[in-house]
Design a protein around this ligand. Sequence first.
Ligand SMILES: C[S@@+](CC[C@H](N)C(=O)[O-])C[C@H]1O[C@@H](n2cnc3c(N)ncnc32)[C@H](O)[C@@H]1O
Length: 260
Amino acid sequence: MYALKRFGQHWLSDATILERIAAAAHLGAADRVLEIGPGLGSLTAHLLEHSSVIAVEIDERAVAHLRHRFAAEPRFTLIEGDILGLPLPPEATAVVANIPYNISGPILARLTGTPSAPVRQFRTIVLLVQLELAERITARSGNRTYGALSVRLQYLAECELLFGIPRTAFRPPPKVDSAVIRLTPRPFALQATDPAYLEALVTRAFATRRKMLRNCLKGWVESTRLLLALESLQIRPDARAEDLSVENFVRLSNLLVALP
Ligand SMILES: C[S@@+](CC[C@H](N)C(=O)[O-])C[C@H]1O[C@@H](n2cnc3c(N)ncnc32)[C@H](O)[C@@H]1O
């Protein structure tokens, strides 16, 4: 089946890579794994060796192929449609997918939620994404790629970059390198007292990442309050957003919410 660009189709067929992706979710017989975009079913076949699969596919050609390929497989359920327009199957306990790169952001948002509305449905989420996105998600403070997305996702889940996949492993090869990430949703060790405030703080702090935090937040947080909060957290007054760990963002948010 020829690949359609508009659906971000790049087929993976290397059995060793596919099995490594499937194994990364540590699926058990009781799991029901959601696969977004099964395509030709190559990853699906490996997932079915570990658990039952609920797959959501938008391309009607792939849907016809999958219905035929897995006709005798009772543990395979196929939903035809757009993952961004459908409710998430409530019975799914895990997600494993090679997702279309053009909609990675909205898919991640659906699977994890936000600090103020976290999704707690999935035990584990294993995704093949663009390497650049994988690095942004898993970056630690002080790293060039650390940003608002890193803070939000690391607040919601344990985020790991597991391994890279060369572009030559795909047909057709994409223009970018890829990597497999694993997100393990869990409550963050230090909870935000006002998660919506934390979200707004992080967005503003990184909006102009070259600036000092106190300049980014000017007009939003009164500067003496901010300096007082930074001092009590032993954070330098000239710190930039990228200098603050996720934990320090939560501490700062909680202090600013509490300070009169
Ligand atoms: C990168 S391909 C992966 C295909 C296959 N899983 C593999 O690894 O070879 C992405 C798949 O997602 C499907 N897809 C694209 N947009 C989608 C959407 N909005 N909802 C569901 N599936 C989608 C494509 O048709 C394609 O099958």
